[in-house]
Design a protein around this ligand. Sequence first.
Ligand code: VGL
Ligand code: ZN
Length: 232
Amino acid sequence: VFCFMALVLALTTSGLVNLVGADGASSGKKVALLIIDVQECFLPGGSLSVNEGNEVIPVINWIREAYEDKFSVVAVTKDWHCARHVSFASSHSGKTPFEDVTLREINQTLWPDHCVQNVGSGPTSSKLDATLKREASDVDFYSSFYDIGRFGMTNLHSTLQSHGIDTIIITGLALDYCVKYSALDGQFLGYKVYVVQDATRSVAMDTSNEALTEFSEHGIDYIDTTMLGGVL
Ligand code: VGL
Ligand code: ZN
């Protein structure tokens, strides 16, 4: 089965309308705000709900408004799987969600069916819109830059590069998967990466601790919203 999983990338109005010339950053940094996968499927009651996931929404909205003139780009991503996606436990006989398997020589955690295209996994009721989209076959995407095997890339890096971005502020869900992989890939690609701890939540404690360890190993700063003013 040729199965697509797309992660929808959105350059929001400030991104689209003010991409060129909205660079109010007095620090000289060129900053992008990434809002990762704040979707119904990851919120309480959703198909892969993240504990307290809804609590990131007011924080992200606050950051976005308070520092609007500091962000040259605001990118919103969506997890966006086809039905029967390869990352779903239901696509593998005898497997249950949260078991690990090896696919294309990469470890893949199997998930409950989640964020299925056009099945109630659209943007949340907050001001998060989507306009850009990426697609790939037979591999999972966590990061907004690469699939989990780094076989292929989205256009986010080239978009950020074309706007001279050197610094990325990451918010959204989930800390231990899509936020973590986006942060590591962003750092790998040469950006200075900050993850905002009160603007994210994790799927599980052990993987969340692993994420924090990897952040410190890679020089990714795990900061609080109150520290953003000093960074931007
Ligand atoms: C995510 C697990 C599976 C995420 C997406 O957005 O963090 N986690 N798919
Ligand atoms: Zn997913």
